[in-house]
Design a protein around this ligand. Structure first.
Ligand code: PLP
Length: 481
């Protein structure tokens, strides 16, 4: 690394990115390119000789930016937020600049120790039970994604139960979740070798907010035990992806405990909001959980990737994930049992120094700013919800809890749900093709539902109101047709 070259190019890169943010509203939010577009305009092979930064940045501007969907645009309301911020960006710069790989304590002591400290800070902010803190058997770790977090705890839980009932019982292990649980759980089951017929996907309660029904869970568990199977893993949700449903954690936790199941709470999407005292109630019952995850990269001003996972029993995880070849052996790990080697808490060996950016976010913004930041998005969602409910052509489909509004155009006179679904899909495509905003959809009880997810850092009330105007215009055009 040539320091002077870094200084020169680094300044230019910062200028480039700052200009991007300044002009971000001028791009169509969802990219309008056709599949294969880049293949047609880039060379077939890598250059033999160095090119200039100017030339590369010019290509980024003219060839790459048109093919981007602008997640940081204030008019991005699709999927879920993926925040970037100055603090998060500076943190990423530091991570990349220092480029350490702290897989074990000795491989970079500060990387490990800062991660422990920052995860304890966040656990306290969320008012998680003490057992999740690092001072006892528990602790937190940063994973690259919630999917990895769920897989890690499922494998830890699997190995824990197999140690007591015998390895041959794998075929008997049963996993429980609601039909609103993220597909990450299904992937985890596939990778963990859970028999496909032993994944109980329980119908969520469509009369409420699509939360899991404890009585269905209890029935399923009892049936499985009677059939000689072994219930071992329950996944509850705080903020499902489709509609931010919140499962009744207290009731689920009781069932998990009385049946000796590992209880995981997936709060990847909405967990961030629970740092605000008024939203903390949504994780009441987390005391009964064995593990809990939330994505700081979704709503906490921390650039991707940064997925937080806490467990009460770190040894269940390290038993499942530790590997100690000769070339990694070191005095600290061997002799000092207090040392954490995060390689034993995850799938990969190598790991990024992600805690640095979270630490920078917490320090440069402070907790109060973060809370108000989250509150503002929820307030904007209320504004949008109100606009929708005042219009007789539309309906809000599920009660809004956080910053996601699920809505749709209502059926016309003939009350034909199929036609209504088609119309909503047409509306979705029309709105997104306009390039003025980007929303996404889901299906709830067979209805195509539009999702308006607020959380981009640059979004203000004027963007929400303008977005509603576009949606209404496209809808009235469709209705006239
Ligand atoms: N769980 C929930 C509730 C989610 O909303 C998501 C992402 O949308 C995930 C899990 C998966 O997150 P990741 O992309 O970090 O694996």
């Amino acid at each position: 690394m040539d320091s002077e070259q870094l200084r020169e190019y680094g300044h230019r890169m910062v200028d480039f990115i700052a200009d991007y943010y300044k002009t971000i509203e001028s791009f169509p939010v969802r990219s309008l390119v056709q599949p294969g577009y880049l293949h047609n305009i880039l060379p077939d092979s890598a250059p033999d000789h160095p090119e200039t930064v100017e030339k590369v940045l010019d290509d980024v501007k003219t060839k790459i930016l048109p093919g981007l969907t602008h997640w940081q645009s204030p008019n991005f309301f699709a999927y879920y937020p993926s925040n970037s911020s100055v603090a998060g960006f500076l943190g990423e710069m530091l991570i990349t600049g220092l480029n350490v790989i702290g897989f074990s304590w000795v491989a970079s002591p500060a990387a490990t120790e800062l991660e422990i400290i920052v995860l304890d800070w966040l656990a306290k902010l969320l008012n998680l039970p003490e057992q999740f803190l690092s001072k006892g058997k528990g602790g937190g770790v940063i994973q690259g994604s919630a999917s990895e977090a769920v897989l890690v705890v499922m494998i830890a839980a699997r190995d824990k139960v197999l140690r007591s009932v015998g390895k041959n019982a794998l075929e008997k292990l049963v996993v429980y979740s609601s039909d609103q649980t993220h597909s990450a759980l299904q992937k985890a089951c596939q990778i963990a070798g859970i028999h496909p017929e032993n994944c109980r996907v329980l119908k969520a309660d469509s009369s409420t907010n699509y939360a899991m029904r404890p009585e269905l869970l209890q029935e399923a568990v009892s049936r499985d035990i009677e059939a000689g199977l072994i219930p071992f893993f329950l996944c509850g949700n705080v903020g499902t992806t489709s509609s931010t449903a919140v499962d009744p954690l207290v009731a689920l936790g009781k069932i998990a405990k009385s049946n000796e199941m590992w209880f995981h709470v997936d709060a990847a999407y909405a967990g961030n909001a629970c740092i605000c005292p008024e939203y903390r109630q949504y994780i009441d019952g987390v005391e009964t959980a064995d593990s809990f995850n939330m994505n700081a990269y979704k709503g906490l001003l921390t650039n991707f990737d940064c997925s937080l996972l806490w467990v009460k029993d770190q040894y269940a995880v390290t038993e499942a994930f530790s590997a100690n070849p000769e070339y990694l052996k070191n005095k600290a790990s061997q002799e000092n049992l207090v040392v954490v080697d995060y390689k034993d808490w995850q799938i990969a060996l190598s790991r990024r120094f992600r805690s640095l950016k979270l630490w920078m976010v917490l320090r440069l913004y402070g907790v109060e700013t973060l809370k108000n930041y989250i509150r503002n998005h929820i307030k904007l969602a209320k504004v949008f919800e109100q606009l929708v409910s005042q219009d007789s052509n539309f309906e809000v489909i599920t009660p809004r809890i956080f910053s996601l509004v699920c809505f749709r155009m209502v059926p016309t006179d003939d009350n034909d749900e199929k036609k209504c679904n088609v119309r909503n899909q047409e509306l979705l495509e029309a709105v997104n093709s306009s390039g003025k905003l980007f929303i996404s959809h889901t299906a709830l009880s067979g209805k195509i539902v539009l999702r308006f997810s607020i959380g981009a850092p640059l979004t203000e009330e004027k963007h929400v109101k303008e977005a509603w105007k576009v949606i209404k215009e496209e809808a009235s055009y469709l209705l006239r047709k």
